[in-house]
Design a protein around this ligand. Structure first.
Ligand SMILES: C[S@@+](CC[C@H](N)C(=O)[O-])C[C@H]1O[C@@H](n2cnc3c(N)ncnc32)[C@H](O)[C@@H]1O
Length: 345
């Protein structure tokens, strides 16, 4: 999964139209995200950031926003433009750092920003390089793109499903192997009350990532926005085919070997794993809710500002986007927001 998504030359997230670049996300791509719905997602996050700056950080400066998985920089632009629209004095001095570790993509993003500069926006190579005393970290659909390991329940015990190679057909295939010793405490915690052939996954990459993400600020908030579940729900015996899925031209599939490097691979996020890793890193969970509740709360000042006004075409467009982002049957319930905090000095 790591190679299929991130191989520097052939990985899905490394290239576009045969060369290095950012995949199209949205109608022309393979899947939609809240960012690709339009600028309203960034506008609402801007309102939420402005409020956090006033209430949680008492307008402390300097104040830094760090985004990872920022892709082509669209959300960064939407948030910075949104901050301008809110009229908050934060806009004047805020710094926004996109973390892009891959040199080729970082170069492309820097050039793209350079062509249409936006004050305060920079690209940095690592979370370490993004460090600041105070700020907000955010990522939208970053963790669902982390590589996962597959676990299968067979013959009354947990095993690993790994990728092998069928020389005779020159193609990849599944191989069942004994479970790695380091996964045993986890599978023991799951127990054995699962149907034969139950397939699921774990994402150890979350632990290493959080080790780097937690020291980002001395005081700050971390917003992880993604689809996923808490552990009890994630590893329900009924969820017997796991959550690893593929997306190609807006069609979901279940064969990770199809279209290598040409289709997205994704798995739901185990938010309990995120929280456990965060706790080890000194962060505390402040909120876990769905996107519907998070954005409706964030939207309060924006919606109040519209009261009594005849909606112009821009507002009508944004209200439509707002509905897509928050409606429980669209993106409102599927996406979750975990807010982690380190607020004491
Ligand atoms: C599903 S896309 C989401 C893109 C964007 N955040 C959005 O919501 O439209 C996942 C993104 O995370 C990026 N990504 C994955 N691992 C990363 C890492 N370690 N650092 C920075 N970006 C990463 C991928 O390259 C890809 O751009």
């Amino acid at each position: 999964m790591d190679l299929a998504l991130y191989h520097p030359e052939w990985g899905y997230y490394s290239r576009r139209d045969g060369g290095p670049g950012f995949r199209e996300v949205g109608r022309e791509g393979d899947f939609f995200t809240s960012v690709s719905v339009g600028e309203t997602f960034g506008l609402l996050l801007a309102h939420r950031i402005a409020r956090a700056w006033e209430l949680d950080f008492r307008k402390e400066t300097p104040f830094v926003i760090v985004e990872q998985g920022g892709h082509d920089g669209r959300l960064a632009r939407d948030i910075l433009t949104g901050l301008e629209e809110t009229g908050t004095p934060l806009r004047e001095q805020v710094e926004y750092r996109i973390v892009e570790p891959r040199p080729a993509l970082r170069g492309i993003l820097e050039r793209k920003i350079g062509e249409n500069p936006i004050p305060g926006l920079t690209v940095v190579p690592s979370l370490e390089a993004a460090r600041a005393p105070v700020g907000v970290f955010l990522c939208n659909e970053l963790l669902d793109a982390f590589p996962v390991d597959l676990l299968v329940f067979e013959g009354g015990c947990w095993k690993e499903r790994r990728v092998g190679w069928q020389a005779i057909h020159s193609s990849p295939c599944w191989v069942t192997a004994p479970i790695r010793p380091e996964w045993t405490p986890f599978t023991e915690s799951l127990g054995t009350d699962f149907p034969e052939g139950y397939l699921t996954e774990i994402c150890p990459a979350v632990d290493a990532w959080m080790q780097d993400a937690a020291p980002l600020f001395d005081r700050g908030l971390w917003w992880i926005i993604d689809y996923g579940h808490e552990r009890d729900d994630y590893y329900l015996p009924q969820r017997s085919t796991g959550t690893l899925r593929t997306y190609h031209q807006h069609r979901a599939g279940e064969d990770p070997f199809a279209h290598p490097g040409e289709q997205d691979l994704t798995a739901h996020v185990d938010f309990t794993r995120v929280e456990e890793a965060a706790t080890r890193g000194g962060l505390a969970r402040r909120l876990f809710t769905d996107q519907h509740h998070f954005l409706i709360e964030a939207a309060r000042p924006w919606l109040l500002s519209l009261e009594g006004m005849r909606p112009d075409p821009l507002t009508v467009k944004r209200l439509r986007q707002f509905q897509t982002l928050t409606h429980p049957g669209m993106m409102g319930q599927h996406f979750k927001v975990m807010e982690l905090a380190k607020l004491d000095a």
